[in-house]
Design a protein around this ligand. Structure first.
Ligand code: G1P
Length: 294
């Protein structure tokens, strides 16, 4: 049996959103990359919806300069709402942007020292509780959503969990990679973790896909975590030190994942989401076929 202290409910989530988004310049010169929309919802909204579906209450954004639009997005827009109400327009469309007062917190990452450092910046707000992490670039579409699937697994095994998926071998060096142990359905024991290994050194082709449930002890490890791959403080390195100390599992997500951190992934996500939406799929399908000359 897992220690009950390692099974406390997950009520907080950290969203590292301080990145500069240079791959999408000039689009991201004046707006955060997390505000780029897939159809009519910004990327960050998909991650927040996934978090709330999983029962997460408090959202902790680790932000930086030029990121205020994200906080505005999750605030009340008084003039907009008053004008829409006067015109008898439904406000339902704004419902996903409403966060309970007190449940949105921001902290700043003043220097770009990497993902591990970004998470560590949230330590005082996370406190002594397990917490989730969402990398909003990774768009996870599923029913139930990825985090909900992970919380269900967490309720069984406790400890630390990461979502993983298989990628072609030539892609492993762009990600964190796991050394897998025993597998039981969607759950795989994690025996080791390595950030951005060379293809020949990768322990598998199972990569970390941007969703985590971690125990608060990771903050203490991050405190002393040295510089890793790419000259940055890597979350993966801190997590690898927790293996053996606490249960550590990977969950293979049953659903679709789109890497919106690059342009073609973003286009793929836009098309895929459009083709799933009952309000637009037929028209978009006809357009896509016409453009392809099919
Ligand atoms: C980060 C993590 C990596 C993970 C990836 C998922 O890398 O460090 O372990 O596999 O996100 O997208 P980054 O994309 O910030 O280089």
């Amino acid at each position: 049996m897992t220690d009950p202290a390692l099974r406390k409910p997950i009520k907080k989530a950290v969203f590292p959103v301080a990145g500069l988004g240079t791959r999408f310049l000039p689009a991201t010169k004046a707006i955060p990359k997390e505000m780029l929309p897939i159809i009519d919802r910004p990327l960050i909204q998909y991650a927040v919806d996934e978090a709330r579906e999983a029962g997460i209450e408090q959202l902790i954004f680790v932000t930086g300069r030029g990121k205020t639009a994200i906080v505005e997005h999750f605030d009340t827009a008084y003039e907009l709402e008053a004008t829409m109400s006067e015109r008898d327009k439904s406000l339902d469309v704004l419902e996903p942007t409403r966060i309970q007062p007190g449940n949105l917190v921001t902290v700043r990452q003043q220097v770009p020292l990497g993902l591990g450092h970004a998470i560590w910046c949230a330590r005082a707000i996370v406190g002594d509780e397990p917490f989730a992490i969402f990398l909003p670039d990774e768009l996870m579409i599923g029913a139930p959503g990825c985090m909900k699937q992970m919380v269900e697994a967490y309720n069984q095994v406790g400890g630390n969990l990461i979502s993983v998926l298989e990628v072609p071998e030539e892609e492993v060096s762009s990600y964190g990679v796991i050394a897998p142990g025993r597998r039981d359905g969607a759950l795989t024991e994690v025996l080791g973790l390595v950030e951005k290994p060379k293809r020949e050194d990768a322990p598998s082709n199972l990569i970390i896909s941007g969703r985590y449930i971690l125990q608060p002890e990771v903050m203490r490890v991050l405190e002393n975590q040295g510089i890793g791959a790419g000259g940055e403080v890597q979350l993966t390195d801190a997590m690898s030190q927790m293996i053996g100390q606490q249960p550590f599992h990977a969950v293979t997500f049953a659903g679709k994942r789109y890497d919106c951190g690059n342009k073609t992934g973003f286009v793929e996500a836009t098309l895929a989401v459009a083709l799933e939406r009952p309000d637009m799929r037929d028209e978009v399908r006809a357009i896509a076929l016409r453009l392809l000359g099919v």
